[in-house]
Ligand binder design. Structure first.
Ligand SMILES: Nc1nc2c(c(=O)[nH]1)N[C@H]1C(S)=C(S)[C@@H](COP(=O)(O)O)O[C@H]1N2
Ligand SMILES: [Mo]
Length: 411
């Protein structure tokens, strides 16, 4: 009997697992880096073009990263049998598989966000973030504590200790040293990630995790006269919004005040018009409750908006026969989007001025923003200051960079 055959086979199996581990690590690392960049609003603002490209790569690499797992699973039982005496390695294995499975499933959910609808998308986003905030710190911990440098560091310190103590003490200094170093590393990583995890969880707990800092002058001092909220707005008939906005901008936010505010409707209309703040406040407002869905997975529910119905405004200025699209401009000077006339005439498309009875904060797109509840929120232009009726189609800011032209939310 040639026992070498078994040893050789064992070696080959070990090498295969090592390769899989290697690929898994590389893919996970790329996904972690691209994932954090996608989350960052600085990145959104600085590199919108690259962002779309990175989003697509993240999705593709995500799908590819399922491969090493699929190749590994049939080998798992055999692998486990080699780990019989190594409890820590088994725990590590189960934990890593749990994280990877969670990321894959929630990632697939986010990819199919249109099919599964906004509610499940929110769940997917929460889980995807959560598994990331468990997985990434663990990956860092794992790669540090399993590295050769770390191991030799443990040994060296322990050897010195052993020399000093000689044979008097029979506790194993290597073990003590190892636990201490590992705990220290774990603690340091935990401290490093606490702010990120806090930022992630804050919106889900609303104001219970500290009150938000208000920046700049209070809006009520910058705008006068103040719009008087309708009865349905204060208190809001929607009962107050549920969920938190994530505040987006693609350039630095404009500082709109009652002094520099103007609102223009022009282009293919019968009576082009421009309003200043006191005039705009006089326009007839309506109240509605609607949900707000971002295409990346988060939503805010039951928002009570008060503002001017776009339909009313368009009827007021008179649409000319040649007009086919309505183009929206932002005071940030960069962001635009369009609706067809039919879409623009829908009852719930609103030029909003109040949210749950309050003025809309600057970071939330105030004093005046568009709301298109039936479409993903990239249609809802913030700091809206001009509406132009046009004949040729105009492609909006994000659509130009790869977002779908069809922004309807399927419910
Ligand atoms: N001017 C402007 N409008 C904008 C955006 C933007 O970056 N700039 N982002 C859009 C996107 S993608 C979303 S989800 C919502 C976000 O609104 P919020 O920042 O008030 O949460 O605004 C939309 N309107
Ligand atoms: Mo969005």
């Amino acid at each position: 009997m040639d026992w070498n055959v078994f040893i050789r086979r064992q070696k080959k199996f070990g090498r295969k697992l090592k390769q899989l581990h290697h690929w898994n690590a590389i893919l996970f690392m790329i996904l972690a880096v691209t994932g954090f960049l996608l989350l960052s609003s600085e990145f959104r603002q600085g590199f919108p073009q690259i962002r779309i490209w990175m989003r697509d790569s993240h999705i593709w690499i995500g799908f590819i990263s399922i491969l090493p797992i699929l190749i590994y699973l049939p080998k798992m039982l055999k692998h486990l049998s080699t780990l019989q005496k190594r409890k820590n390695h088994r725990i590590n294995l189960y934990f890593v598989l749990f994280i990877l499975l969670g990321l894959v499933v929630s990632g697939i959910g986010l990819y199919f966000h249109r099919e599964i609808g906004p509610e499940w998308s929110s769940v997917s986003l929460f889980l995807h973030d959560g598994f990331t905030y468990m997985g990434v710190p663990y990956l860092i911990y794992h790669s540090i504590t399993r590295s050769e440098v770390f191991k030799s560091l443990q040994k060296r310190k322990a050897d010195k200790l052993r020399e000093k103590r000689m044979i008097i003490d029979d506790s194993d200094p290597i073990i003590d040293r190892r636990t201490l170093l590992k705990r220290g590393t774990g603690g340091a990583i935990a401290i490093l990630f606490t702010p990120f995890i806090y930022q992630w969880l804050k919106p889900y707990f609303g104001s219970s995790l500290g009150t938000p800092v208000k920046s700049g002058l209070p809006l009520t001092e910058v705008f006068s006269p103040l719009p008087v909220p309708a009865e349905d707005s204060a208190p809001p008939i929607g009962g107050g919004r549920k969920g938190e906005f994530r505040y987006y901008t693609v350039v630095s936010m404009p500082e709109v005040t009652g002094k520099n505010f103007t609102f223009t409707v022009d282009g293919l209309v019968e009576r082009p018009e421009e309003w200043n703040w006191p005039e705009f406040v006089q326009l007839n407002r309506k109240v509605q409750v609607s949900d707000f869905h971002c295409v990346t997975g988060w939503s805010v529910y039951s928002v009570t908006w008060e503002g001017i119905k776009l339909k009313d405004l368009l009827e007021h200025v008179g649409i000319r026969g040649s007009a086919r699209y309505v183009k929206f401009y932002s005071q940030d000077g960069v962001y635009t989007d369009t609706l067809t006339i039919d879409q623009a005439m829908r009852e719930d498309v609103m030029i909003a001025m109040l949210i749950d009875g309050d003025l809309i904060e600057t970071k939330n797109g105030g004093p005046v923003r568009l709301i298109v509840p039936e479409m993903y929120a990239y249609k809802s232009v913030k700091w809206l200051n001009r509406i132009e009726l046009i004949e040729e189609e105009h492609i909006g800011y994000w659509e130009k960079r790869g977002y779908e032209k069809d922004a309807w939310i399927k419910t």
